[in-house]
Design a protein around this ligand. Structure first.
Ligand code: NAD
Length: 354
């Protein structure tokens, strides 16, 4: 398994492999870039098929965090961690504490937050071993689960995309296909339902599907069909790589806007979407609500109302990207803007007009 020559290695500052025999911990922590501040990003616990898959995921996700944080104007760099294992069966207090010690060993270069497979209670266990943890429960002085803020940002992003594509952000007559009914997906469905949208949903988890049928009168389809059902908007809220050379030709939606990280399997998939006339809301722009919430907690004076204002502003950032892209590749435009901002931070004097 290559690291420095790995296709997803992008000059990452440090990649740490952590192991604890007693608890069975096997984790990889990737610090991509600390230009804007300490690297911050979620901890994902997932049953990866093998170590190579986990390494690819953490390298891509940590780079995505650098772009996400700089685009959201946060004083945070990009990092991410993955724990190899099934969160439903392999997670234990001992494993979380061992992971906390691994984070502590990085001396604050990486701040751990929540991602798939983690809860505020898990973050509290990690925090017994290190102060470099965000997203603890509100009772412990943290900002709680970031997912509702992520869902708010995605909802506002969907409205911005609809406004750009159709001239109206009224979702009352929209049909929206939501892939994944987890922490973000269900919260998003609630907002979309309240706005009058008709929902089509898919998940691997039957109780969540049943919940969506009862609460939102959602139509349920098989996971492999969700992007093809014929909808105004497709909202990927499960895992990455769903927009690829196979799925894009079959996509039956005018807009793609959802919370999942790394939605594009490859950089070329952004152009594939543009070529089909599908408006894509770049993932790390639309899903920044959670990290905006975490950054407010780290800032010391957590003010939920101020956070919501900042999260709603994701819509403005997306509108700028849509306008700059015209009929072109919105993902490429987002990357260009984020990398320009990063370069300006690296050379602060160059960025100041003479
Ligand atoms: P979650 O684990 O709570 O939910 C994911 C859901 O997707 C689960 O219900 C799972 O059963 C379902 N799923 C998995 N594979 C599927 C498939 N093939 N088809 C349909 N459903 C499938 O995760 P979450 O916290 O809701 O996050 C969802 C996505 O959003 C992830 O990609 C995550 O990285 C991203 N994200 C989350 C946040 C946040 O605040 N939670 C912030 C930014 C980005």
């Amino acid at each position: 398994m290559e690291l420095f020559d790995h296709p997803e290695h992008d000059g990452h500052e440090a990649v740490t492999f952590a192991c604890d025999r007693a608890s069975g911990l096997r984790a990889i922590i990737a610090v991509h870039d600390r230009t804007a501040g300490p690297a911050c990003g979620g901890v994902r616990m997932w049953a990866y098929a093998n170590e190579a898959e986990a390494l690819t995921d953490v390298l891509r996700l940590s780079r995505g965090m650098t772009l996400k944080n700089v685009m959201a104007g946060l004083a945070l760099g990009g990092g991410k961690a993955v724990i190899l294992g099934d969160a439903r069966t392999a997670k234990s207090p001992g494993l979380l504490r061992a992971f906390g010690r691994a984070v502590d060993g990085l001396g604050g270069r990486y701040i751990a937050a929540e991602d798939v497979g983690m809860s505020p209670a898990d973050m509290a266990v990690m925090a017994e071993e290190t102060p470099h943890v965000a997203g603890r429960g509100e009772a412990e002085g943290g900002s709680g689960d970031p997912s509702p803020l992520t869902a708010l940002g995605v909802f506002e992003g969907i409205r911005a995309a609809a406004r750009h594509a159709t001239g109206s952000d009224d979702l009352a007559d929209c049909r929206i296909a939501v892939q994944g009914l987890g922490h973000v997906g269900l919260g998003l469905c609630e907002r979309l339902h309240d706005a009058g949208a008709a929902l089509v949903v898919a998940d691997l988890d039957r109780p969540r599907l049943a919940q969506a049928q009862v609460r939102f009168q959602a139509m349920v389809v098989a996971p492999h069909r969700i992007h093809t059902v014929g909808a105004d908007i497709f909202a990927p809220c499960a895992l990455g790589g769903v927009l690829n050379a196979d799925s894009i030709p079959a996509l039956d939606a005018r807009i793609v806007a959802g919370s999942a990280n790394n939605q594009l399997a490859t950089a070329e998939d952004g152009a594939r979407l543009a070529d089909r006339g599908i408006l894509y809301a770049p993932d790390y722009v639309i899903n920044a609500g959670g990290i905006i919430n975490v950054a407010a907690e780290l800032g010391g004076r957590y003010d939920r109302a101020a956070v919501e204002v900042k999260v709603r502003a994701i819509a403005d950032t997306l509108t700028e990207i849509f306008q700059a892209a015209g009929d072109g590749d919105t993902a490429a435009v987002a990357d260009r803007i984020a990398l320009q901002r990063l370069a300006a931070l690296r050379r602060p004097m160059d960025a100041v007009p003479a």
